[in-house]
Design a protein around this ligand. Structure first.
Ligand code: MG
Length: 373
């Protein structure tokens, strides 16, 4: 089997708001083969930059667009293809959006392999440790108590065992952050897990220590991304200074960066985003790194059903998985881009898909409706 073409299709809601909601647009990757099998993937990045990286014409031997790199390759050489992409886009690549774009192609190649063999991706990864996984509700932090209460009253009765409030109104001041976290705990009651994604707003180490200790009083389960991912020394000092679990990983890609966060910084929970980290090929290496350090893998996922399916496949194959991040932002794409979006059961679980490949089908009508040419 040979790859014959790669498409990067930009889809977006009509108006984009300047908020921390990555489900307002996306770029769908389709990888075509000479056997008629089409693999699908998704990238959480700037769709326009990703499209340019996929479609760029060859400049020289280590400066090629990803489409040119993968055409003619056998999808079952997925590991070899990953390294080929990494090497041949080296001039503009190595990190960030080039790795994001590679993630979407890699995801689609795993989808192709599963479809060809009639097996779900988790089977190709070595088998699933579970049939289902608990989901936590992931939303932006509102700026008022009524909306926080509405979210708790809406989602907890649906079965979610926890809520993560992130970005949004957080980061205005220490006092306000403490008030908001207190409102969340009050609205949720004592039992459900409460997570806070502070969204990289803390500017100094001492502030982070102080607020982590304060959040501990509200029984916050983890604090996510206290610093920018380059602030490795700050991460290292913080993880060694507080009891609070510190999570991170959604912004990083390649084994080099995950090794820094897990091994050198002592992160407590690692959150690879399968549509940014380098794809399923890198995620399976992160699973092993995390297992060595006895830390859970909870993939970051704040996009559509395509990324959710890839996350569920990886979660299935992860011995130390805890939760599925379930994006509860109600955009036109978040729950509608795939047919039969994943449902949560009354106990708060989502099934690991067992259909071939990623196990989802794009709703082509929705794709066409919101496609940007
Ligand atoms: Mg986050």
């Amino acid at each position: 089997m040979k790859i014959t073409d790669v498409q990067a299709i930009i889809v977006k809601q009509p108006e984009i708001s300047i908020i921390g909601d990555g489900s307002q647009d996306t770029v769908v990757i389709k990888v075509f083969t000479d056997e008629g099998i089409v693999g699908i993937g998704e990238v959480d990045s700037s769709p326009y930059v990703v499209k340019a990286i996929v479609e760029a014409k060859t400049s020289h031997m280590v400066c090629m667009g990803l489409r040119d790199v993968v055409i003619g390759e056998d999808p079952f050489d997925v590991e070899k293809i990953w390294y080929k992409m990494y090497e041949l886009c080296y001039y503009y690549g190595r990190r960030s959006v080039a790795i994001h774009a590679m993630s979407g192609i890699d995801m689609a190649i795993w989808d192709i392999m599963g479809k060809k063999l009639g097996m779900p991706v988790h089977k190709l990864l070595g088998g699933s440790f579970r049939d289902k996984i608990p989901a936590y509700c992931s939303v932006l932090m509102p700026d008022n108590e009524d909306e926080i209460k509405r979210i708790a009253d809406t989602y907890l009765p649906q079965g979610y065992t926890g809520i993560k409030f992130g970005w949004g109104a957080l980061g205005q001041s220490e006092k306000r952050d403490l008030e908001l976290v207190h409102m969340c705990r009050k609205a949720m009651g004592d039992d459900p897990k409460l997570m806070i994604d502070i969204g990289m707003v803390w500017k100094d180490y001492k502030t982070a220590v102080r607020l982590c200790n304060e959040f501990e009083q509200e029984d916050v389960y983890w604090v996510e991304e206290p610093f920018k991912p380059d602030d490795l020394e700050a991460y290292k000092r913080l993880t060694h200074s507080v009891n609070m679990r510190i999570s991170a990983g959604e912004e990083v890609g390649t084994m080099f960066e995950f090794n820094e966060l897990i091994d050198k910084c002592g992160i407590d929970i690692i959150q690879p985003d399968i549509s940014r980290c380098g794809g399923i090929t890198i995620a399976k290496k992160v699973i092993d790194m995390a297992y060595l350090h006895k830390i859970p893998v909870i993939p970051h996922a704040f996009k559509t059903g395509i990324l959710m399916s890839a996350s569920l496949q990886v979660i299935g194959a992860t011995p130390n998985a805890l939760w599925l991040e379930y994006c509860c932002q109600e955009t036109v794409l978040s729950k509608n881009l795939v047919k039969k979006h994943f449902q949560i059961d009354s106990e708060g679980f989502v099934n690991i898909p067992d259909k071939p490949g990623l196990g989802v089908e794009i709703d082509e009508d929705i794709l066409k409706k919101y496609e940007v040419k």
